[in-house]
Design a protein around this ligand. Structure first.
Ligand code: UP5
Ligand code: MG
Length: 218
């Protein structure tokens, strides 16, 4: 795993004009350094809904890893079939695919404040992101939601997602507990995690988030 990440680095290193390159090279610039927030939580915990509120209030660029992957499927990209099969099984798409999609979005954005929603989903994802982009998140939001509430929300969403069914939701919950919780633990130890109680009305949940951004984002 480690070797694969290292070998990708030259391929994916930031372009010279990108916000990442400027931040890492210390090039004098009026541009701000990137401010990265990982938005984590189980399936249906409300990540996407809350990201929309944060964008509206604090002007972030929202990058949903799941949406980027679904876009690859609908554009019949070479990885589309593999991504579709992986999502149907509730498994995790290989890091190099997802990191590349996120990196492309960051590098082509005029914004410097990013919400990365639903990523990293595993320690392997996290290590690949930090190695390839050379940055760590400033904050990690963790939307903590009981499983029965997540299942209820996902099954009543009704947007035609291939993974919103009883069988796949069970698999998604297992993968979340086994692979995503260790990422949250890693960043908790580093003092980066803000745990949000995801139960309650959308606006009530957002009121827990507002002070975090008011304090931390200039
Ligand atoms: N809702 C939201 N907030 C509510 C509230 N407070 N009270 C009542 N209802 C609320 O919300 C889900 C539903 O609940 C909506 O109907 C909403 O109105 C309602 P949403 O905001 O969509 O929750 P979210 O946490 O975003 O749920 P989502 O299903 O998107 O989470 P997942 O993490 O499962 O999905 P994602 O799209 O990120 O990933 C899908 C799959 O892609 C993964 O399983 C995996 O196979 C693959 N993937 C990767 O392999 N790698 C990645 O990096 C990312 C994804
Ligand atoms: Mg989502």
């Amino acid at each position: 795993m480690w070797r694969r990440v290292v070998s990708l680095y030259p391929l994916l290193s930031p372009s010279k004009s990108s916000v990442l390159h400027r931040a890492k090279s210390g090039i004098a610039s009026n541009e701000k350094t990137p401010f990265i927030v990982f938005v984590l939580g189980g399936p249906g915990s409300g990540k996407g809904t809350q990201c929309a509120k944060i964008v509206e209030t604090f002007g972030f660029r929202h990058l949903s890893a799941g949406d980027l992957l679904r876009k690859e499927i609908s554009s019949n990209n070479e990885n589309g079939v593999m991504i579709l099969d992986t999502i149907k099984e509730g498994k995790i798409v290989p890091s190099e695919v997802t990191v590349k999609l996120i990196q492309k979005e960051i590098e082509s954005s005029d914004n410097y404040k990013f919400l990365i929603d639903g990523f990293p989903r595993s320690e392997e994802n996290r290590i690949a992101f930090e190695k390839i982009l050379g940055v760590e998140p400033n904050i990690v939001l963790f939307y903590d939601c009981p499983e029965d509430e997540m299942v209820r929300r996902v099954l009543s969403r009704n947007e035609g997602r291939v993974d919103d069914n009883v069988d796949t939701i069970k698999k998604r919950l297992k993968v979340f507990a086994a692979l995503n919780l260790p990422v949250i633990k890693h960043y908790t130890v580093r003092g980066k995690v803000c745990k949000i109680n995801a139960v309650g009305a959308v606006d009530e949940v957002f009121e827990q988030v507002r002070p975090i951004f008011t304090l931390m984002v200039k």
